[in-house]
Design a protein around this ligand. Sequence first.
Ligand code: SF4
Ligand code: SF4
Length: 326
Amino acid sequence: MKGNLEALLVMFGKTPKKPKQIAQPAQVIHLQKRTEKITKQQIEEIRQELRDVEAGKYSKKWRNRRWISIIVINLMFTLSFWIDIQLFEGSIIASRVLGFHMADLYSALQVVLAYKVMFINLIIGTVTVFIIWILLGGRAFCSWVCPYHLLADIAEKIHLKLAAKKWVTNHEFHRGVRPVFFIVFSILAFVLSYSLFNSINPVGMISRALIYGPGIAIVWLLFLFLFEIFYSRRAWCRYVCPMGLTYGLTGALSPLQITYNLSACQHETACHIVCEVPHVLECVKKGRAGNIEVDIGTDCTLCGACVDVCPTSSLRFEFKGLSHIS
Ligand code: SF4
Ligand code: SF4
């Protein structure tokens, strides 16, 4: 299951390790791979493939699908407001969609902590969103709905181009700071009776800017954008955003996930290059898979970049109990 204890600990910042137990069928494949000879031509092909991935030359099928999804969903709020058809009311953080209340889980927690009251619409909206994202994969919200994700994708693209020219360097932080931000923002809301997080959350800012027009928030968004280009790749999502962490927890029981198959994998780790959360892909390293089929951990955003880039189709979308999705 993608939300097992180890996957949750890794999401909270633990460094992923080789599993203590490796199933017998997986041991057989690991042994075969250790002893099989790789030709010079195969090595050169793998090197070329990695160079292509680093240069961004690979299929963008899933990337295009999720960009369309983000744009369409967010534009629905904007158009609904502009032409006043009231199908999508509010913003991506708190809304009424086709009459159903929706509330982002962590933003709702902030409201409860700050105002110390439970609004009935907030409870309905939170439960609705919780059920939706259990079914749809938890952090799939990040890749398929969150408007900041699209901005971060663009910043990352620019960052990687500049990094390839050695004009910028990526500064990494410990992933364990994200749960710390989660706790600190929660305590601040309770103590200050005010949601500092909701005031600086770029997700809500972009959503509201698209609907009501940009205001002073644009300065903070510009700062984050430049910070991610010039200093730290995908910093907000990787090290700060408590919304991403909440959706990761929500998706722990989700049937929708990425599944890894050991058999055909050539362990060149092209997927690590494109993945926003490469710690979830530890199993693709040589000798690391604990079984032939491995569920990718709940911190995965289901962006599909690894599916796009994998030359052997060893990573696939799967709806547990139903089938693979291509
Ligand atoms: S981590 Fe936060 S900002 Fe990043 S994509 Fe997810 S919800 Fe959006
Ligand atoms: S594991 Fe694959 S689908 Fe999940 S975040 Fe990484 S690249 Fe995206």
